[in-house]
Structure formats: structure tokens, C-alpha cells
Design a protein around this ligand. Structure first.
Ligand code: HEM
Ligand SMILES: [Ca+2]
Length: 291
């Protein structure tokens, strides 16, 4: 590649076998949740945000186990310093995490660079809130080229992981949301017994009680059964624009995987920093100038 020429995102820009760290079965779950949940942050504006939010102090709600990204980064810096960006580590981690949880193998490009500064302050403008209307959710994703079946497929990630009580008590107290399946309400009340959860206690409900460790299409069956934890999950199953795709994905896992792969690919290529833009961070939670 000639100097000053921006190679953009390329397939196998460098060999990624160095990333194949041994992942224990206990850790593969956290690995997926931290990596995949951070994927939506990967635009040029946002890639740096991801890496500037630190774990702990309430950040548990954002990126659980972000520390695995740092572990991978440390291993890579030992082998080939200054080559692999934190953004690429996130993407390839998501790819391998998806496979580790029984999802499809999605070949994803590399060649991203990291932001030179944190843009954590504008994060909220880019991400839909979990109580948002379906129109806003669809619009936010449409802005980055993801269509309705793509959105439905991405939300299928809620087939694994957890939701902390702080995010769902408003559906239980002071009154139980009548849209919820009563059998599920019982479980939710058991897991989240306080209207105002103790911020220090890590109280949560599993997103998918049936197959919590498998990225499968069980999420769609749950939400059709009114067992969606978040407003956004419930709406996905009821909104007339999304419901047909929910039903199709509930019946057909191959279709879910196909749409999921397509949408994850678009997400992973959203507005990246490439070529000479940005930098290769030395440490993923800090821009280099802050060292
Ligand atoms: C409308 C879009 C979305 C909204 C509003 C949303 C909202 C949320 C919320 C509120 C939680 C619970 C967080 C907590 O209590 O710790 C959660 C968990 C999760 N979300 Fe989403 N999400 C969205 C889209 C996505 C996408 C696109 C992905 C991945 C491709 C994803 C993957 C996950 C995963 C894996 C978890 C479990 C995290 C864990 O166990 O720590 N979500 N989501
Ligand atoms: Ca599942």
C-alpha cells in the first residue's frame, strides 16, 4: 500500500491468529457480552468512547468485563507492538465470542484505528435508550444502514447475558406492567425484590432463562411469550413493522443467523478510522496522549 493511501477496511489486513487466546468456558460468556455489546460504539465518533469508559464504579452496566480486552491488548503488544488497534480487538473478540456461544462465524474486516480522544459525552446521542419508541430505534439503526430485519436480528443478542434490576424495576413497581407474562413477573420480582435496587448489590435477571449461554433464536420465542425484559424487547414483538420478522426468526434459526451476520457486518464497518487517521492505542481505555 502506497504511503498516504488509506487502505480502508480490508480482509485479513494482518493475521489475527495472535488473538486466539485460550478462552475458558467460564470466560467465553463474558467475552461475548463485553465485545458484542461494545460493537454498536464502533463508529469513528464512538470507537474512542468505548475505550475510554472504565470498568467498575457503575460501569458494570455498560461494559461488563472490558478487562478482557485489555488482557488481549497486553498479549498483542508483547508480540507485535503498535500494530493491532483496540477497535479491531473488539470486533474480532465479538466475532469469536459469537462462535463460542454457538452463533455463526462471521468473517469481519480489520484495519480500524482508535480515536485520539474520548467522546463519551456524545455517546447517548448515538445509542437508542431501552425505553425508546420503536420508531426511534429503527431510525437510529437506519442512519447507519441497518434495516428492519437487521434490527430485529441484532436484538437477538438478548438471547444471552443479563439485565440489571435498575433497568427493569420501572416495569414492576409501583405497578406491574400488564404486558408482562405473569409467570415471568413472579421470577422478576424474586430476582428484583426492591423497587429501588441497592446500587452496590449486583442484582439482575437473565435475558433468556431457557438457554442463557447460547446465542440462539430462543429470544424471539420469549418475546412472543411476553417475557421480554426491556420495553424495547416487548415492542419488537408487538410493533407491526418488526413482528413479522420476530415470528420468522422464532421459527427459523438459519434465517436469524443470516440476518444477524449481515447486520453485525454493517455495524462493524460503520464509519471507521482508517489509514493515518486516529492512532493505535497502547492501552485500550486511554488515548496515547494521556499516558
Ligand atoms: C435498541 C437497541 C438496544 C437497546 C436499547 C439495548 C439495551 C440493553 C440493556 C438496557 C441491557 C441490560 C444492561 C444491564 O443491565 O447491564 C442490554 C444487555 C445486553 N445487550 Fe443490548 N440493547 C440494544 C441492542 C443490542 C445490540 C445491537 C447488541 C449486540 C449486537 C446487544 C447486546 C447485548 C448483550 C450481549 C447484553 C447482555 C450484557 C451482559 O450480560 O452484561 N444489545 N441491552
Ligand atoms: Ca439463548
Amino acid at each position: 500500500i502506497a504511503e498516504n493511501e488509506d487502505p480502508g477496511l480490508v480482509m485479513n489486513y494482518y493475521r489475527d491468529s495472535a488473538l486466539r487466546l485460550k478462552i475458558s468456558s467460564k470466560n467465553k460468556f463474558s467475552f461475548f457480552t463485553s465485545a458484542t455489546r461494545t460493537l454498536p460504539f464502533l463508529g469513528s465518533e464512538t470507537s474512542s468512547m468505548t475505550a475510554s469508559l472504565k470498568e467498575g464504579n457503575g460501569q458494570e452496566l455498560w461494559m461488563r468485563n472490558f478487562r478482557y480486552i485489555e488482557t488481549i491488548k497486553e498479549a498483542l503488544e508483547r508480540e507485535c507492538p503498535g500494530v493491532v488497534s483496540c477497535s479491531d480487538i473488539l470486533v474480532l473478540s465479538a466475532r469469536d465470542g459469537i462462535v463460542a456461544l454457538g452463533g455463526p462465524y462471521i468473517p469481519l474486516k480489520t484495519g480500524r484505528r482508535d480515536g485520539r480522544k474520548s467522546r463519551a459525552d456524545i455517546l447517548e446521542q448515538h445509542l437508542p435508550d431501552h425505553n425508546e419508541s420503536m420508531s426511534v430505534v429503527l431510525e437510529r439503526f437506519a442512519n447507519i444502514g441497518i434495516n428492519t430485519p437487521g434490527v430485529v436480528a441484532l436484538l437477538g443478542s438478548h438471547s444471552v447475558g443479563r439485565t440489571h434490576c435498575v433497568k427493569l424495576v420501572h416495569r414492576l413497581y409501583p405497578e406491574v406492567d400488564p404486558a408482562l407474562n405473569p409467570a415471568h413477573v413472579e421470577h422478576m420480582l424474586y430476582k428484583c425484590p426492591d423497587a429501588i435496587p441497592d446500587p452496590k448489590a449486583v442484582q439482575y435477571v437473565r435475558n433468556d432463562r431457557g438457554t442463557p449461554m447460547k446465542l440462539d433464536n430462543n429470544y424471539y420465542r420469549n418475546i412472543l411469550d411476553n417475557k421480554g425484559l426491556l420495553i424495547v424487547d416487548h415492542q419488537l414483538a408487538t410493533d407491526k413493522r418488526t413482528k413479522p420478522f420476530v415470528k420468522k426468526m422464532a421459527k427459523n434459526q438459519d434465517y436469524f443467523f443470516k440476518e444477524f451476520a449481515r447486520a453485525i457486518t454493517i455495524l462493524s464497518e460503520n464509519n471507521p478510522l482508517t489509514g493515518t487517521k486516529g492512532e493505535i492505542r497502547k492501552q485500550c481505555n486511554l488515548a496515547n496522549k494521556l499516558h
